[in-house]
Design a protein. Structure first.
Lengths: 205, 636
């Protein structure tokens, strides 16, 4: 369990999604990384009934790195409430269908998972209901739990194989630099990117 | 109708062929009535009979008068043909007559003037009454005799019980048995259960035993046990029948063996030396020993199963009643089950093993199986009550605390009984060895005093020892302390400055470490002492690169200068314990101006170091000698 940075890799015009993943895989393997299985992060969003007052959205996320947990983020107008629960939460959501009607298509990021010394790299292709949307690169530096102590190192590492597109840190890490990193922070980063993808999909389609 | 053929005319008397027409429809079709069946015509005829006619004569006369008028000749034939019910009518008429008479009698009796009703006295049973009395008397006498004999038996029983109180009562004994053992009645026998099934055991063997009343026990035991003390002990009124596979004595011995030489052993015996399989053993001891046999069998069965399943680098061996597992190279753990039904054999073997009995391993073997039993019966409650039953509390919390998959994998690992007992035995072995090594070092090294404190509280697999190194008389000046954690396969040493050193089970490493600590202690102590004496230390090296190569570590040294700066002391400490001390004077005593160094001022550079003959120095120990040396050099 260490600090994780999630970064979106820009898509080039002449490359498809699998080609991009393959291109990045080659670069990482050249650095000496070894593939250790696959990973999957998915997100379901439930929107409350309009008749029950102001609209609320519950995002339910699963991360294969924490297989026993279900992460959920409740968004109201004023604040967001994160919650980590066990697998029974999914069953609970099924019971809540009268209140939260599922409206949004499932979005997920999955792909190969690599390990390189203390780093764990995941190359995920983001799909919304089987339609490819983009590439998210997750890098975890496992020996450290305080972001401020290792973001410099991690940015340098990311720039090493992603190139100059890596500039700024994730927004949600900016104000938590000196706190102990939690698995929920990873989920928050994923959710931010997923919402961006959804917005873009909404504009384009 | 038969008549004379001469002057009679034949008249055809027959019923019309056609049935009666019931209806004629508009198209001329006729609907006939269906002809009457025999029963229908009978009822039709019976309906014609008028039973209500009061006089019997009227009924008789009526047809007669009517018939008289019409046709006299056909009277006989008519009577016989039309009245087939004559007998019925006669009976009904008789009944009617009787009823009429009875009504008359009742109406007369009601007036109570001429007739009165009286009950008829019953004299039927009077003849049999005497016989009945005799029968009853006989039955009562029989019942009384049964009761009397029972009372007599009870009285004799009571008087006998009063006479010798020592003879126990069966029912009281049964009550006592019931208080500590599970019993149930199956038809006419009492069956008990001594297995650990209710405590959570899943061992297949049943521990059923039967309880009977010892009727002829006193006679047989009196004959068969003329041994000393046989009469003094009261025979029990209960007899317990135990299945043959649970009889006798069993125990599990644990031996740690190194190169065929026992280092320590433990054995489970609840009965100990008194474990003799006597027929008139008290039921309590009998049941306890049987239960012990069952427990030992279950434990051994479990261990043997695990020994076969475990994949150790050196595979565990199961040979008959013996399990061999290797703990360290050359060191084996032997667990054996001995079950014998004859007392003498056990005692002999036991005395062989009893050289170094250890209660700790015995206890932990017990404890391990009982923990398994406990876990089988006590499941943690599911936290939302709808959650599945079974996962441990840590597994339940894994979801909300977002445990990653490495942590989840760790949770699934569980140790088997054999692994745990091997681990404990390894720790036990390593602890004994560590104690031995420390004690020998303490005996060998006299100059700095080494004190070891073993923590009284420890876990079965980790214990802790604190080691203090100090010099007698100077313990406030300098003290080196370190802590050694003894785990199952390795040692971990934590020094005062925070250095952590990991060592394997080879205890030469510990020995080397302690010796390094000793000479480092000496050098630091000299420096501390110099500070107290007002001397200053000029240089200090813990890893001296010069001199002979040490077999272990490096020598360390320091150079001290007197307060005036005119005397120098150099100390060199070697890990093997040797100490060299040399001194030098700053204005050289033996300065002679030569061709190269002519001027007198060069004598202040200090001369060559001369070694002090340390064994000739006064003083109780190294620091004391150093103190005396410094004092003498300061004053002069």
């Amino acid at each position: 369990m260490g600090v994780t940075i999630l970064h979106q890799f820009p898509m080039l015009e002449n490359r498809t999604g699998p080609q991009t993943i393959e291109f990045l895989t080659k670069r990482i393997v050249a650095l000496g990384a070894v593939q250790m299985g696959q990973f999957l992060v998915d997100c379901d969003s439930y929107i409350s009934m309009p008749s029950l007052g102001p609209q609320r959205t519950v995002h339910v996320l699963h991360n294969s790195e924490q297989p026993a947990s279900v992460f959920s983020i409740l968004e109201t107008n004023t604040k967001t409430i994160p919650l980590v629960a066990d697998g029974l939460f999914d069953l609970l959501m099924l019971k809540m269908t009268p209140i939260y009607t599922k409206k949004v298509a499932k979005i997920e990021s999955k792909g190969p998972r690599f390990e390189l010394a203390d780093f764990c790299i995941k190359l995920g292709s983001v799909t919304i209901s089987q339609n490819f949307k983009g590439v998210l690169v997750e890098v975890e530096y496992r020996p450290c739990v305080v972001p401020s102590n290792c973001v410099g190192l991690m940015r340098e590492f990311l720039q090493g194989f992603l190139g100059s597109c890596v500039q700024s840190l994730p927004a949600c890490l900016q104000n938590k630099m000196d706190e102990v990193y939690q698995p929920m922070d990873t989920i928050q980063q994923y959710l931010d990117h997923f919402l961006n993808f959804r917005k873009m999909a909404g504009y384009s389609g | 109708m038969a008549g004379l053929p001469g002057y009679t005319v034949n008249i055809a008397v027959e019923a019309p062929v056609e049935n009666q027409i019931q209806e004629i429809s508009y198209d001329g079709q006729e609907f006939y009535q269906t002809p009457l069946t025999m029963s229908e015509s009978l009822t039709k005829l019976a309906a014609k009979i008028d039973f209500s006619k009061t006089g019997c004569e009227d009924i008789k006369k009526d047809p007669e008068t009517s018939e008289n008028g019409e046709d006299e000749t056909s009277k006989d034939a008519y009577q016989s043909a039309i009245w087939p019910w004559d007998s019925v009518r006669n009976k009904l008429r008789n009944a009617y007559t009787e009823i009429c008479v009875l009504a008359d009698v009742v109406s007369i009796a009601k007036e109570k003037r001429y007739m009165v009703f009286d009950p008829i006295p019953q004299e039927m049973h009077e003849q049999k009454s005497m016989a009945q009395v005799y029968a009853r008397k006989k039955a009562l006498a029989g019942a009384a005799s049964v009761l009397l004999t029972a009372a007599e038996r009870l009285r004799t029983c009571q008087t006998e019980a009063a006479r010798n109180r020592a003879v126990p009562d069966f029912h009281i004994e049964l009550l006592r048995l019931r208080q500590s053992w599970r019993l149930k009645k199956v038809s006419n026998t009492i069956i008990g259960d001594l297995s650990y099934r209710t405590a959570g055991s899943k061992y297949a063997q049943t521990g059923l035993f039967e309880v009977t009343k010892a009727e002829d026990e006193p006679e047989t035991s009196g004959e068969s046990s003329p041994d000393p003390g046989g009469i003094a002990r009261p025979a029990s009124a209960l007899r317990v029948i135990i299945p043959s596979e649970l009889q006798g004595v069993a125990y599990i011995g644990v031996i740690v063996q190194k190169d065929q030489e026992d280092l320590c052993s433990a054995s489970i015996t609840s009965l100990g030396e008194r474990a003799v399989n006597h027929p008139d053993l008290h039921w309590r001891q009998k049941l306890e020993s049987a239960q012990n046999v069952l427990f030992c069998k279950e434990l051994f069965n479990q261990l043997a199963k695990e020994a076969v399943q475990l994949h150790a680098p050196i595979p565990h061996m199961v040979l008959g009643n013996q399990i061999m597992a290797s703990m360290f190279p050359g060191v084996q753990l032997i667990i054996h089950l001995t079950h014998s039904t004859t007392g003498g054999n056990v005692e002999k073997r036991e005395s062989g093993f009893k050289s170094e009995h250890d209660h700790v391993l015995e206890h932990s073997l017990h404890q391990l199986l009982r923990e398994v039993h406990h876990r089988n019966t006590h499941h943690p409650f599911p936290h939302p009550s709808s959650a599945p039953l079974g996962p441990s509390k840590r597994r339940c919390l894994a979801g909300p605390t977002a445990a990653d998959r490495y942590q989840l994998l760790e949770m699934t690992k569980s140790q088997t009984l054999l692994e745990q007992i091997i681990q404990q035995a390894q720790h036990f072995f390593l602890r004994i060895r560590t104690e031995y090594v420390l004690d020998t070092i303490i005996k060998e090294v006299k100059d700095p005093i080494i004190v070891s404190h073993w923590n009284a509280l420890n876990s079965p697999c980790v214990s802790c020892v604190k080691i203090n190194i100090m010099t007698h008389g100077y313990d406030t000046v300098c003290r080196t302390s370190l802590v050694i954690q003894v785990a199952d396969k390795s040692l971990k040493c934590v020094c005062r400055d925070g250095r952590v050193m990991h060592m394997s089970y080879e205890l030469q490493e510990l020995r080397d470490l302690i010796f390094c600590q000793i000479y480092q202690h000496q050098i630091t102590a000299v420096q501390q002492l110099a500070r107290c004496m007002g001397w200053q230390y000029l240089s200090n090296s813990t890893h001296l690169g010069i001199g002979a190569v040490e077999p272990l570590g490096n020598a360390s040294s320091c150079i001290l200068a007197s307060p005036m700066g005119d005397r120098l002391i150099a100390v060199r400490c070697e890990p093997q314990g040797a100490v060299q001390v040399s001194i030098a004077h700053s204005p050289k005593k033996d300065f002679f101006s030569g061709q190269l160094v002519k001027e007198r001022k060069w004598e202040n550079l200090g001369g060559a170091f001369k070694e002090v003959r340390w064994d000739k120095m006064e003083g109780k120990n190294f620091l004391n000698k150093m103190e005396l040396l410094m004092a003498s050099l300061t004053s002069s």
